[in-house]
Design a protein around this ligand. Structure first.
Ligand SMILES: NC(=O)c1ccc[n+]([C@@H]2O[C@H](COP(=O)([O-])OP(=O)(O)OC[C@H]3O[C@@H](n4cnc5c(N)ncnc54)[C@H](OP(=O)(O)O)[C@@H]3O)[C@@H](O)[C@H]2O)c1
Length: 249
């Protein structure tokens, strides 16, 4: 896809979403940052004049539908949606006491239901473009689960599966369905955790690799160690399960 265009990025107020937003903006794309916290979105937009800001909770389908209607009016040329919003909790099901059911539900709602809802609401608009992309952000942990983050890993495996199904359904249309698979990247995702994960990739390096994958038209963009996990999960799943979990627990 050529430079320019109109891109909507969920979770655009920080981390990977903000990094990709900056990269698209540098290519003269019109960027719409979507997220829950106006202050964070506006801080990113202030660094990149011309970006638009939309407050939305991707877990709330009424809000996502309303956003799709506003975008269809204000930016009818939308050709790329990056389904990036996500959260991660460390949860110990072996603790002997029931865990916070609301927190578990929330993680599923944001990471899986949110991705499905954004796809559902925006695909009709994307289908109208001569060339368009839906980019779902997965994780290396969708291929090899991190036991300490069991719901997160499960939702990312589900995002992988959902993306494959969407890609098949949209074969022969103008919409390319992409899975972007990050390794551990230096962002706020692990803010609630006592220990930051080791071997995090710098955000700039990740963003550069992700944009290169998009430029090449790849359907699955596995970056850095995520590529190793994706391959490892297929050829030696037990070995890689041990490696991922020994590092962290
Ligand atoms: N960093 C990593 O190591 C890593 C590795 C693999 C995959 N990923 C994936 O990359 C994506 C981005 O994560 P990140 O690392 O950049 O973390 P991050 O800095 O915490 O960004 C996540 C963004 O999602 C937004 N968000 C959370 N819940 C939302 C909701 N319900 N509706 C709308 N926006 C919501 C957050 O903003 P508000 O809270 O203001 O809404 C935040 O801007 C996630 O899908 C994550 O799973 C990250």
């Amino acid at each position: 896809m050529s430079r320019g265009g109109v891109v909507l990025i969920t979770g655009g107020g920080s981390g990977i979403g903000a990094g990709l937003a900056g990269a698209f903006h540098a290519r003269r794309a019109k960027v719409i940052l979507a997220g829950r916290t106006a202050r964070r979105l506006e801080a990113v937009a202030a660094r990149h004049p011309g970006m638009m800001v939309e407050v939305v909770d991707v877990a709330d389908f009424a809000e996502v539908e309303a956003l799709a209607r506003r975008v269809a009016e204000r930016a009818p040329d939308l050709d790329t949606v990056v389904n990036n919003a996500g959260i991660q909790h460390v949860l110990d099901f072996a603790s002997g006491t029931p865990l916070d059911a609301a927190a578990i539900g929330r993680e599923i709602d944001v990471n899986l239901k949110g991705v499905v809802q954004v796809a559902n609401a925006f695909l009709p608009l994307l289908r109208r473009q001569p060339a368009a992309r839906l980019v779902n952000v997965g994780s290396g942990l969708g291929y090899v689960p991190l036991a300490a983050a069991p719901i997160y890993s499960a939702t990312k495996a589900a995002v992988h599966s959902f993306t494959i199904s969407l890609r098949r359904q949209l074969r022969g249309t103008t919409v390319q369905v992409v899975e972007l698979i990050p390794p551990v990247v230096e962002t706020d995702l692990h803010r609630d955790q006592a220990r930051r994960p080791p071997r995090a990739m710098a955000l700039d390096a990740f963003t550069t690799a992700a944009m290169q994958g998009l430029d090449r038209g790849q359907e699955e963009i596995a970056v850095g160690l995520a590529k190793v996990l994706r391959t490892g999960s297929r050829i030696a799943p037990g070995l890689f399960l041990g490696i991922v979990n020994k590092q962290r627990v």
